[in-house]
Ligand binder design. Structure first.
Ligand code: KG4
Ligand code: ZN
Length: 338
């Protein structure tokens, strides 16, 4: 086949990103992070849509310039079809469809969760099929059996909050700014993860529940603050480490059991929480214990980025899985096994 060049756009939440991929190699990956949400302690959907609207054209120009690919060389335009915030998705999908229509090339609607997993194929070493991926982000927590690039099955997921939300909400309770996950991570590195325990919720099969833990942490802090008003401030490192350990224990108990049942020996982690240094270390330990292999994407490919959308669009292009100009964004897009 001739050269395949694809421009891809990610706009599902609070990162506006554009990437260019040529023959499966990422040539540019530009990410504009929206700082505005910090003031509000969480992503404000309307502000996210407005910021995407402002960022999208500069980000796309920069991606094409960096890649040294002209728009007339493009073979297709990929975009995040869902899941995500409707207004945010609308900005990226409308732009992608108009741009593709103007250039008379196909559009490729990409599932954001599938893309987080295919981020593993951007750089070496790449996992071998079948492998099991723990996808952990601010919106999702899934265990996915990956049989091929576009053949995946969710074997377990959260029944309520995502693990990223549990990190962010704990950070909020501790008075830390949004998004709190990275701050919990750095405080945890200096703390004792065995000092405090919080109630764990039992769930069926490989499903997770994180809302009970969040309440457990809230009561724990309230009880201890009544006795000592400076409790949180004076123990913040141990609290962060203990919360992080509780969350990682929950994730890895299920992940290990699922890997044994599905008889896979390659494990991967993906999504924003895969940037967590504790989780990265523990997944490597788990693999070593069983003589399995673990795969951890580069930090910049864990949090939302268009390179992973481009990688998925590349495989969809090869499989001729094109979309149509009448496709609307799907905020609740599920993981359809093909
Ligand atoms: O994948 P992502 O960028 O966006 C979504 O699709 O949700 O994930 C964002 C989430 C946030 O909850 C953020 O706090 C969390 O990933 N996160 C972390 C770390 N870096 C990002 N959580 C724990 N430790 C980190 N180092
Ligand atoms: Zn994401």
């Amino acid at each position: 086949m001739d050269n395949i060049s694809i421009l891809s756009i990610e706009s599902s939440c609070d990162e506006t990103s554009a990437a260019v991929i040529k023959n499966g190699n990422i040539l540019a990956n530009i990410v504009a992070t929206q700082e505005i949400h910090k003031e509000f302690g969480g992503v404000v959907p309307e502000l996210a849509s407005r910021a995407h609207q402002q960022n999208i054209i500069p980000v796309i120009h920069q991606a094409l310039d960096t890649a040294k690919v002209s728009k007339n060389e493009l073979n297709a335009v990929g975009y995040t079809h869902g899941p995500g915030l409707l207004g945010a998705l609308l900005v990226g999908s409308s732009f992608a469809k108009s741009f593709a229509m103007g250039l008379n090339i196909p559009v490729i609607p990409v599932n954001h969760m599938q893309a987080h997993i295919l981020a593993h194929f951007i750089d070496d070493p790449k996992p071998a099929f079948p492998f099991l991926c723990l996808t952990v982000s601010g919106g999702h927590t899934q265990i996915v059996l990956v049989r091929d690039y576009l053949d995946m099955k969710v074997v377990g997921q959260t029944m309520d909050d995502a693990v990223g939300e549990a990190f962010d909400k704990t950070a909020k309770l501790l008075g830390l700014p949004y998004p709190g996950g990275p701050m919990i991570d750095s405080l945890a590195q200096k703390g004792d993860g065995n000092r405090f325990t919080f109630g764990q919720v039992k769930t069926e099969g490989y499903n997770f529940s994180f809302s009970g833990i969040k309440t457990g942490i809230l009561y724990f802090l309230q009880k201890n603050t009544q006795k000592d008003p400076d409790f949180a401030k004076n123990n913040i490192e141990d609290i962060a480490a203990s919360v992080q350990k509780t969350l990682i224990d929950l994730l890895l108990q299920k992940f290990e059991a699922a890997a044994m049942e599905y008889n896979v020996s390659h494990l991967a982690i993906a999504g924003g929480v895969a940037a967590n240094s504790g989780l990265r270390a523990r997944i490597a330990e788990l693999a070593q214990k069983h003589n399995w292999k673990s795969y951890i994407p580069k930090f910049e490919y864990c949090t939302d980025n268009a390179a992973m959308i481009a990688m998925t669009a590349h495989y969809m292009y090869l499989g001729k899985q094109f979309g149509s100009l009448t496709d609307g964004p799907d905020p609740r897009l599920t993981f359809e096994p093909k």
